[in-house]
Design a protein around this ligand. Structure first.
Ligand code: DNO
Length: 403
């Protein structure tokens, strides 16, 4: 049995229709109620609209990605009780509607970070790129975060000086906009990019973490889990936290979902299958200390969702994304380990045997240049990845079962 073929669909405004997904063999749709403001309840009626549209095409809503955790929960500000109550109601509503897997993350202020959304590959394709020195240039010289330079090694600051000098002022602005607005807006952006002072607004958000270090953020996550996991359990929902992308602190903000130790610590906070993880190869692999295979072996029963993506790594934490089965991550043993986990589940009589996977991000290619898409989510590049990953799974499955 292969992993469940799933696909991130951004709702009725997505340029890819549900009928297209059916055509390409998708079984489970991954989506969210993107139109509901962060922190508000997801009402049953809205959930059902999306669910029935998906089911009308013969697929099912396999994962809610993401049910956003508001900043007020991460910082445990004055409003956190209301926000957690709303979160619990949304979990109940999702569970009662039969949506049994909910992905979320606990990254402060920013979700994923890239310094270029259009990095050209030699073959004409385009991917996303993260360069630490360019990121430092943004932080120190464009955003001008107080004392930012102290957070980087001297050699990175020296490179950042060169980077900034080589860019025009329009490019400075584009870099800031990409990091603060463009790559966040379509998922869970906290800053309204339409205001001219969006960088100042962003700095204010960063300030809300001035008294929150790694330990404090861990405490806030633990308190959140203690409240929501029992509700998820009661309504038959498995929660799965998405790792930090990239998996290290950025902008002076702590990041606490970056390593195997972090994931184990999280799973221990509430000892329940409902307290699980999203296994994202692209994010976790950027921390070169992480052994992805070991993570599957150790935490397999808690993996409720897999994001399969590949990277090419350079020195000083730089990387760019790549074709799903190319690149520096060896997908073969990872897929094998995930398929073995499914076999273990079946043997142990677990009901949720199949792990949904989605081809995470993709190379922009061919007709992708003429079709609108959110950054990282081109149709053809993802479709190519889906096919390659699926073929690999079929072959490994035969090898494992002899069928
Ligand atoms: C980016 C995604 C993330 C992810 C969330 C999950 O493309 O991988 O936005 O969906 O962090 O909560």
């Amino acid at each position: 049995m292969v992993l469940e073929k799933s696909w991130r669909w951004f709702g009725f405004g997505d340029s890819v229709q549900l009928s297209d997904l059916k055509q390409i063999g998708i079984e489970g749709v991954v989506t969210a109620l993107h139109h509901i403001p962060n922190g508000e309840v997801w009402p049953v009626a809205e959930i059902l609209k999306v669910k029935s549209a998906i089911e009308a095409q013969g697929m099912h809503w396999t994962v809610a990605e993401s049910l956003p955790v508001s900043e007020g929960i991460k910082t445990r500000n004055f409003d956190h009780e209301r926000l957690i109550t709303n979160y619990k109601i949304s979990l109940q509503n999702l569970g009662e509607c039969g949506i049994d897997t909910v992905c979320y993350n606990f990254m402060p202020v920013l979700d994923w970070v890239r310094t270029s959304l259009h990095y050209p590959l030699q073959n004409g394709g385009e991917v996303m790129y993260f360069d630490y020195a360019t990121f430092a240039a943004f932080d120190v010289f464009i955003l001008k975060r107080p004392n930012a330079a102290n957070d980087y090694p001297d050699e990175i600051i020296a490179k950042a000086e060169q980077v900034i000098a080589s860019m025009t002022s329009e490019e400075h602005e584009e870099l800031a906009r990409n990091i603060i607005v463009v790559s966040q807006g379509f998922i869970d952006g906290v800053v309204d990019g339409s205001t001219p002072d969006y960088k100042k607004v962003f700095l204010k958000f960063l300030d809300t973490y001035s008294a929150i270090d790694r330990d404090k953020l861990r405490e806030n996550l633990s308190l959140f889990l203690q409240e929501v996991v029992p509700v998820a359990e009661k309504y038959g929902v498995n929660l799965c936290i998405h790792p930090d992308d990239p998996p290290f602190p950025v902008l002076g903000l702590p990041r606490i979902v970056s390593s195997q130790d972090d994931l184990e610590w999280i799973c221990q906070q509430v000892d329940s299958t409902a307290n699980g993880i999203t296994f994202c190869t692209g994010s976790l692999s950027v921390n070169r200390q992480n052994n992805l295979l070991q993570i599957v072996e150790k935490l397999g029963p808690r993996i409720h969702f897999a994001h399969l993506r590949n990277n090419v790594f350079f020195e000083h934490r730089a990387f760019h994304e790549y074709g799903h089965i190319e690149g520096d991550i060896d997908m073969y043993p990872i897929i094998k380990a995930l398929l073995k986990e499914q076999i273990r589940r079946k043997v142990s009589g677990r009901k949720d045997v199949r792990i949904p996977f989605r081809p995470d991000h993709g190379v922009k290619m061919l007709d992708d240049y003429t079709r609108s898409a959110n950054p990282g989510y081109p149709l053809i590049g993802r479709l190519k990845g889906l096919s390659e990953l699926s073929g690999m799974q079929m072959a490994i499955e035969r090898e494992l079962t002899g069928k």
